[in-house]
Design a protein around this ligand. Structure first.
Ligand code: NDP
Length: 342
């Protein structure tokens, strides 16, 4: 089997030398454990955080350790009555072609219900994140206006489609004209703005104001940076900001130069939250995996009948995972980034 290890901690954006692709001995499942041959592996922005030795909601990957990832694959050996060879399962197998996990840490996947890749995106952790964050913290109401960036990614596209289905005006922000077209044509957003087309937050704000004539009631925070600066002054009273991620700052140790933007400095931000009576809620989806069943029951049929669309971007080969990951952090992916291992 092969894996990708964290060779060294990055400073700023990850580089190829921070990763090491190498052979490893095949793990042997113990009592109650299952060996899976991974077919598809997920690449997610949170993995950038795991590369830093900084305090966070989760421990970092140790230098020399296998990079963390969810994957979906076929059971090839099982010491659990709950799985047999030939079953498909989702689990945290890491950046690796094979993995052993206790059966209780695996989710059985039925390939008859659709492509198994959907367990990594639209019907997996990112889809759940978008749905949960919107419903629980966004508290959407028909007629309101929502803004979400990284609009064509698995989180943003879920947020936008669920909100649209509930009767909100949905404005996306995405990188490039093609992604903006996709947000509107494929995911049904009312409008989408290309953040790269505006040099400053105030230029982007003017364009957003034109697309949000009644102000913004929900800003689903995926990116921070320039988009946050552009949005904040446009928030309506009693607006909601579910804080899901801030990818614009991930390469800067959490607080990059974007945090110095005059509209988002501590006192101004704090005052805006007060005078506009905003509800700002950070959340990490791993605390809410108990909602997966409800999510699959609610959103699964919408995916099956096409009401909720999804787009996947599939790289080939574990050895190419670092390249795909580094590109994703800069917007190189179009849709959910996945790596095909076999
Ligand atoms: P995506 O597949 O959308 O990939 C990340 C995207 O972020 C890129 O494609 C790019 O899109 C956008 N991006 C990168 N840099 C910037 C920037 N400086 N300004 C604006 N956009 C930028 O990712 P996901 O849908 O998987 O995740 C979206 C967010 O949700 C991330 O911040 C992630 O960390 C967070 N998340 C949080 C979870 C939680 O539990 N709280 C769980 C899962 C995800 P574009 O080209 O359109 O700019």
């Amino acid at each position: 089997m092969y894996r990708v290890a964290l060779a060294s901690r990055p400073e700023g954006a990850p580089k190829p030398e921070n990763f090491r692709y190498e052979p490893q001995e095949m793990p042997v499942p113990g009592d109650g454990e299952v060996l899976v041959r991974v077919h598809y592996m997920s690449l997610d922005p949170y993995m950038r955080g795991r590369m830093d030795d900084a305090e966070s909601y989760s421990d970092p990957v140790p230098v020399g350790g296998t990079m963390e990832a969810g994957g979906v694959g076929e059971v090839i050996a099982s010491n659990s009555p709950h799985f047999k060879p030939g079953d498909f399962a989702f689990g945290m197998f890491g950046w690796a072609t094979h993995g052993v996990q206790p059966a209780k840490m695996l989710r059985k996947i039925d390939p008859a219900h659709g492509p198994i890749t959907t367990a990594l995106g639209v019907l997996g952790m990112p889809g759940l994140t978008g749905w949960f964050g919107l419903m629980e913290h966004g508290k959407p109401k028909a007629g309101e206006t929502l803004v979400v960036a990284a609009a064509t990614g698995p989180v943003g596209s879920m947020v936008g489609q669920i909100a649209k289905g509930l009767g909100l005006r949905v404005v996306g922000v995405a990188g490039g004209a093609d992604k903006c077209r996709m947000a509107v044509d494929t995911f049904g957003f009312d409008a989408c703005l290309d953040h790269r087309a505006y040099d400053t937050a105030s230029d982007l704000r003017k364009a957003l104001a034109a697309e949000c004539p009644d102000g913004i009631d929900i800003y689903f925070e995926n990116v921070g940076g320039k988009v946050l600066s552009a949005v904040l002054p446009l928030m309506n009273r009693f607006g909601r900001i579910p804080i899901c991620g801030m990818i614009a700052w991930y390469n800067a140790g959490g607080l990059g130069s974007g945090a110095q933007d005059p509209d988002v400095t501590g006192p101004k931000l704090w005052r805006t939250i007060l005078v506009k009576f905003l509800s700002v809620n950070g959340f990490i989806i791993s605390n809410h995996f108990d909602r997966m069943g409800e999510f699959l029951t609610t959103v699964g049929p919408k995916v099956a009948n096409g009401d909720v669309a999804y787009v996947e971007d599939i790289a080939e080969g574990l050895e190419n995972a670092p390249k795909a990951f580094m590109a994703m952090l800069k917007g190189g992916n179009t849709g959910k980034q996945i790596v095909k291992l076999i």
